[in-house]
Design a binder for this molecule. Structure first.
Ligand SMILES: [Zn+2]
Length: 231
């Protein structure tokens, strides 16, 4: 019945491609096949010292780093992230994460990873938004690769919006924002820290550093959907 209802609803309100607005057909999700084909993929997971790794690994040991697509200001693909974060449609990035995980799983990227740690939002921010988009990314990955999600990181104080402050301010603001609630639970684990976008890398670095200092035996890798270009 649920399937029939969805089918009938789809006849009246078909899902549209988030980039070109065309009606999606069966088997398409978020993007039509044409826009999926044109997605500016980074291919970062294929290179050990890729562009994400470079932003992070100079200050903290990061095992692996993957980012799905390039994030340019004028790119229509950016709207997917914006609608998911600010438009109340987090299912968009859950679906994108599921697609990315499907592509990555074949490359062995998830081999050796024990659990997923979504970057937390400060509780006030999460209350205002109603959800944490990183959890949806974790859920999307878990639907393909059955890994546990650890709810152990906490954002201990708010910081200025990532989009409204300068690069230096972001670095300052992101410092010491994250804490690990129960460090012993992370002992010896290889965690995959996930976030929607990497810009300077400050947020992910702060999370990785919080994990490493609370549980030094922990290893960390990172995954984001989008990789922003800073120039
Ligand atoms: Zn399209």
């Amino acid at each position: 019945m649920k399937g029939l209802g969805k089918y009938l609803l789809g006849l009246v309100y078909p899902d549209l491609c988030e980039v070109c607005g065309r009606s999606l057909v069966s088997g398409e999700e978020v993007l039509c096949l044409h826009c999926l084909d044109s997605l500016p993929r980074t291919g970062a997971h294929g290179h050990e010292f890729n562009l994400l790794h470079k932003r992070l690994a100079s200050t903290t040991p990061v095992e692996k780093a993957a980012g799905y697509f390039h994030y340019y200001r004028e790119s229509p693909y950016v709207d997917i992230i914006h609608r998911a974060k600010y438009g109340g449609r987090p299912e968009l990035i859950e679906k994108m994460a599921r697609r990315y995980a499907r592509e990555l799983a074949d490359t062995g990227f998830f081999d050796g990873i024990d659990a997923i740690a979504p970057v937390p939002l400060h509780r006030l921010k999460q209350w205002r938004r109603g959800y944490n988009q990183s959890r949806y990314i974790a859920a999307g990955i878990c639907s393909i690769v059955p890994l546990p999600v650890v709810d152990n990181l906490v954002a201990s104080r708010g910081h200025a919006s990532q989009t409204s402050s300068g690069v230096f301010a972001r670095w300052l603001n992101a410092g010491n924002v994250y804490d690990v609630r129960r460090p012993r639970e992370l002992d010896g684990l290889h965690l995959l820290v996930v976030d929607d976008v990497i810009t300077t890398g400050a947020t992910l670095l702060a999370c990785c550093n919080a994990i490493k200092s609370a549980a030094p035996s922990c290893r960390v890798s990172v995954l984001t959907l989008a990789v922003a270009h800073m120039s």
